[in-house]
Design a protein around this ligand. Structure first.
Ligand code: MF3
Ligand code: CO
Ligand code: CO
Length: 249
């Protein structure tokens, strides 16, 4: 069952989303060589709480930190710790805030100092896949059009699509129906977007191989071939004309 949200619920999600957006913006200046992922986590935790939200990821299925910090070949769910960033790294931050019972979820990949041209392009194109996927959204459109659009961007550039990880509905829970794979699939062909659906769209591409595995910390998902991965995510609401980003400006 895919829920739709009323205007008041969307307002609450929009507030949570704005807090997440402002945090990711602030991180543009905070992320640099020498900073540890624990420092990033602690900054984020305080930022979210100071704005009357709760970091939803902390304690989610036992997850031990307030945000996810995934470096280079780590795709998602990297756990903050004592590792410090170095020039040439990329780091994906994935944050979820909850305001009065409603969640918003967003992610972005940052570069630390200068990165290679191909990694810079991977970031650019994964972001392009997010915005192209969003651009087809409006009431009455099949969800699979979004999935296909994201897939076609990855195929254009020859990136690996991480098939084990998907976007999702969001609202009262961080993860709600439907699953939103970043590739064409039968299930999404039967789902029609409706006004008030709130969705987290999140392409995750790797430079080369699409295979991933779970690291020994039981959380971090990393590419098997060690190639770097990028991740961009927005929470949106479907409208009659199109969509509105809840985790943007
Ligand atoms: N924010 C992630 C997503 O996009 C979920 C992370 S759950 C955690 O769906 F427990 F790992 F934090
Ligand atoms: Co997320
Ligand atoms: Co998500």
């Amino acid at each position: 069952m895919i829920s739709t949200k009323n205007d008041e619920e969307i307002r609450l999600m929009e507030y949570a989303g704005k807090v997440c957006y402002e945090l990711l913006e602030a991180m543009e200046g905070f992320i640099k060589a020498g900073v540890t992922t624990k420092e990033i986590n602690d900054y984020a935790d305080k930022f979210i709480r100071d704005k009357d939200c709760i970091p939803s990821e902390l304690g989610y299925e036992g997850y031990p930190a307030s945000i996810c910090t995934s470096i280079n070949e780590e795709v998602v769910h990297g756990i903050p710790g004592n590792r410090s960033l170095k020039n040439g790294d990329i780091i994906s931050l994935d944050v979820v805030a909850c305001y009065k019972g409603y969640h918003a979820d967003t992610a972005r990949t940052y570069k630390v100092g200068e990165v290679s041209k191909e990694v810079e392009n991977l970031m650019l194109h994964t972001k392009e896949a997010l915005y192209k996927g969003l651009s087809v959204i409006k009431e009455g459109v099949k969800l699979n059009v979004v999935c296909e659009t994201i897939e076609s961007v990855a195929n254009t550039y020859g990136y690996g699509i991480i098939r084990e990880l998907t976007g999702h509905g969001i609202g009262k829970s961080m993860h709600e129906d439907p699953y939103i794979p970043n590739y064409s699939n039968e299930e999404a062909k039967n789902i029609t977007l409706e006004y008030g659906m709130t969705l987290a769209i999140e392409p995750m591409f790797s430079l080369k191989g699409k295979k991933v595995w779970l690291l020994e910390d039981d959380w971090t998902i990393s590419t098997q071939d060690g190639s770097p991965a990028a991740h961009y995510e927005h929470t949106i609401v479907v409208t009659k004309e199109g969509y509105k980003i809840l985790t943007g400006e």
